[in-house]
Ligand binder design. Sequence first.
Ligand code: PLP
Length: 388
Amino acid sequence: MAIPPDIDQEEIDAVVKVLKSKKLTALSGRQIKKFEKQFAKYCGTKYAIAVNSGTAAIHVALAALEVGPGDEVIVPPYTFVASATPVLHNNAIPIFADIDKKTYCLDPEDVKKRISDKTVGIIPVHLFGHPAEMDSILEIAEKHNLFVLEDSCQAHGAEYKGKKVGSLGNAGCFSFFESKNMMTGEGGIITTNDDELLEQARLIRWHGEPAQYRYKRLGYNYRMTEIQAALGLVQLKKLDKFNEIRIKNADYLNEKLEPIEGIQIPYVAPEVKHVFHVYAPLLKADKIGISNDEFMKRLQEIIPFIRPIYPDPLYTESIFVEKNAYKYKCPFSCPYYDKELDYSKISLPVVEEICERIIGLPTMPGITGKLLDEVIKNIRKIIKEIKK
Ligand SMILES: Cc1ncc(COP(=O)(O)O)c(C=O)c1O
C-alpha cells in the first residue's frame, strides 16, 4: 500500500478536456508547450524541455552535453539508481564521490578527490528535497571546466540561496513520477538557460528529427503526452501548497521525534529551502541497539505504507561491481577508457555509515495527521520495547 498522489476534480477535468480534444501528442496539442513555458518560469530558467521520465531527462541532458565513451561523470552513491545509469546509457563512466554527513548530498571536498583528466561533469542530487552545496560544486566545476547537471528529481520547488534548484547548473532534471512533490503519473523535464542544450535536447527526445523524416543525430522517443502535460499544469499550480504541507508535516515530525533519545532529526542548511520529498532522520544505534533495517522492518509490519530507504551505496550493486551494462563489459572496457575500474574496491565512509543509520518517513500531502501520529506512536513504542 502506498499513499496515493493528491488528485482532485481539477486534474480529472484537465485530462478529460485533452481526451475530448483528441489532441494527445505534441504533434497536435498545445499543453506540452504551455507546461514547458510555465515550468521554466517557475524555476527561473529560460527553457524547459518535457520528456516522459526523470531518467529520460538525465539521459537526454547528458547526451545534449555530448557525454560519451571515455568520459567520467561524478555522481553520489546515495540516491536512486537513475542518477547514475544515464551516464552508462551514454557510454560514459559513473565515478562515485562520498556524501555530506548532514545533508546526505554530494560532499564537495570528496568530489575534488575524484576529478581526473577524464572527468567531464558532476551530477549533484538534491536528495530528499534538500539542495546540494551548490556554490562549492559550481566553483569546482568552473575551475576544472566541467558541466553541472542538477538531479532535481526529488526537489521541485526547493531553493538554494533563494534560487530554485534546476536553475543553478548547466541543466536541471526533474521527475514527475506519481510519488514526487508534483506528478504527471510518469514524466520528466529538463530546465536550462543554454540555447545549444535546448536545441540538442529537443532533437534527442524526438528521434534526432529536426524536420519530418530528416534525422540529424541519434535520438529516442522520449516525448511527453498532452495528457501528462495537462496534469502537470494543474499540479504545478499546486506545487507550493503541496510543499508547504510537506514542510508542515516535517515540522510536526521534528517536534515529536526530537525529544526521543536515539533519533537525530534531519538537518536543514540555513541557506536552503528543503521541500521534504522524504523525511529522513538518523538512528543513533548506540542508544537504540538495533539496525535501521530491523527498525524499519518492525515499523513496516505495523504500518505497511512505510517503505525502507536506499539500503546500500550504489557502488555495491551488481550493475557496477559486475559491470553489467553493455556486452563485452562496455563502456568500462572500451578503447576510449584505458583505466581499470573496480567498484568492489570502493569504500566511502560517510555513505556507508548513513546507509546503516538512516530511516525514511513519509511527508506527502495525502498523509493525514492521524497517520503521522500513528507513525510517531509506533516509533516510540519500538524504541521502548528494544530498551526493555
Ligand atoms: C534522484 C532521482 N533521480 C532520478 C530519478 C528517475 O526518475 P523517473 O523515475 O521519473 O525516471 C528519480 C526517480 O525516482 C530520482 O528519485
